[in-house]
Design a protein around this ligand. Structure first.
Ligand SMILES: Cc1ncc(COP(=O)(O)O)c(C=O)c1O
Length: 413
């Protein structure tokens, strides 16, 4: 690398990102990130933080006082929730139906939990009865569950699980990284004790901030952990008696004090990412929950119609398919990676590959947040058709885009 190249101006190629995430950030969010810095204890910044918290309470449909942002990608929110809720030796039940269940399991193990798993075939979810049986059988302290797993393109219905957990004295944690901003999430109605997500999918932002919300009973449990950081806590501060949380950065007891009325010092806040989270929430709330969900459903229906018109087959159980990512089988004889590469080099379009048992079998096409728009679906279908024809796949040329337009026209009527 020459000196000149090393110092070359940052000039990323234009892309249409339609994978499972990250996707396109809304220009409004990028503009918000470019607004001037404020000191982290400046009253003007504290006001931005408070408004961000208030908006995320609405996004999550919760009254939870403890709704706050964790610096880092969605995984940061997962780690913060699990490391703060799990006491070493706790039994944690992880119902796994995709790659991100493995992530929850791995993090819970690192937190010192005795992890029990139940598994579902990729592309399907658990029946409420099966979850009930597992919760009764294993008596976990915590149930850690993915809401929508991008790896399999299906979403676990959440209604009723929180009540089952509470009946058995367990806490319910939910990873909503892939559903927030696209699928309905009712934290209070569904009795979810801890939830975390990210900005980079349905919320049209960049990766780097994780909105978390905690029920009162989760807060009580977390507050009972021993947490005294010398030099920060005021004299007379009473710490809990539970075992100390095995992380400083992700210690939610300290983070609640930092986000709370006393604003006790913790990390240096990621100012620009708070601005991003603030704008993401504003964009979502301005459009409104129901309108956002309806837009995702209609975009997904059009994409699906277009793919099927090409003769392709959609992956997964339709009844529980996510509205914002679509798995589609790579047709026999077609090199999936070559088609993806062609989409990127000829059209500047990125679609997703897949993991684990689905690797090499399906592509995943994301239509989330700012990316979930008619023009993107039509461009993507036209480009995919061209690449499939180039790969020698026989299809009725032109029909995919027409089928999608038909769905959009019908929805507009
Ligand atoms: C369901 C789910 N959970 C967690 C994550 C991890 O998020 P991040 O990569 O932002 O840490 C992802 C990322 O794709 C995801 O889809």
């Amino acid at each position: 690398m020459t000196g000149n190249h090393l110092a070359a101006e940052l000039n990323p190629p234009p892309r249409l990102i339609m994978g499972p995430g990250p996707l396109m950030a809304d220009p409004r969010v990028l503009r918000a990130m470019a607004t001037p810095m404020l000191g982290q204890f400046d009253p003007a910044f504290l006001d931005v933080m408070a408004r961000t918290q208030a908006m995320f309470r609405e996004v999550y449909r919760t009254q939870n006082e403890q709704t706050l942002m964790i610096d880092g990608s969605a995984r940061a929110g997962i780690e913060a929730a699990l490391v703060s809720l799990i006491e070493p030796g706790d039994r944690v039940l992880v119902p796994m139906f995709g790659r991100f269940g493995h992530l929850l399991r791995e993090i819970a193990e690192r937190c010192g939990a005795e992890v029990v798993i139940i598994e579902q075939e990729w592309g399907k979810v658990f029946a409420l009865d099966d979850l009930e049986k597992a919760i009764k059988r294993h008596s976990p302290r915590i149930v850690a569950l993915v809401h929508a797993d991008t790896s399999t393109t299906v979403a676990q219905p959440l209604e009723g699980i929180g009540a089952l957990c509470r009946a058995q004295g367990a806490y319910l944690y939910v990873d909503a990284c892939a559903s927030i901003g696209c699928e309905d999430i009712r934290v209070d109605d569904w009795e979810i004790d801890a939830i975390s997500s990210g900005l980079q999918k349905g919320l049209s932002g960049p990766p780097g901030m994780s909105p978390v919300s905690l029920s009162e009973r989760a807060v009580k449990r977390i507050r009972n952990r021993r947490h005294v950081e010398a030099g920060v806590r005021p004299a007379g501060y009473v710490a809990g008696e539970g075992p100390r949380i095995r992380s400083n950065y992700f210690d939610l007891s300290m983070l609640m004090d930092y986000w709370g009325p006393d604003h006790l010092n913790h990390h240096t806040e990621a100012t620009s990412m708070i601005y991003a989270a603030h704008e993401c929430a504003r964009i979502f709330l301005q459009e409104g929950h129901e309108a956002v969900f309806a837009r995702h459903r209609s975009v997904e229906a059009a994409l699906r119609a277009g793919l099927e018109a090409m003769g392709l087959t959609i992956f997964g159980d339709r009844a529980v398919k996510m509205s914002n990512v679509t798995g589609v089988f790579i047709p026999g004889g077609v090199d999936g990676d070559a088609v993806r590469k062609g989409l990127l080099t000829h059209f500047g379009i990125e679609i997703g590959t897949s993991f684990g048992p689905l690797h090499g079998k399906i592509w995943r096409i994301g239509t989330m947040g700012y990316t979930a728009r008619k023009e993107n679906v039509l461009i993507c279908l036209g480009a995919l058709e061209a690449m499939l024809l180039k790969a020698g796949f026989k299809l009725p040329a032109g029909e995919a885009v027409q089928a999608a337009i038909k769905v959009f026209d019908k929805a507009a009527r």
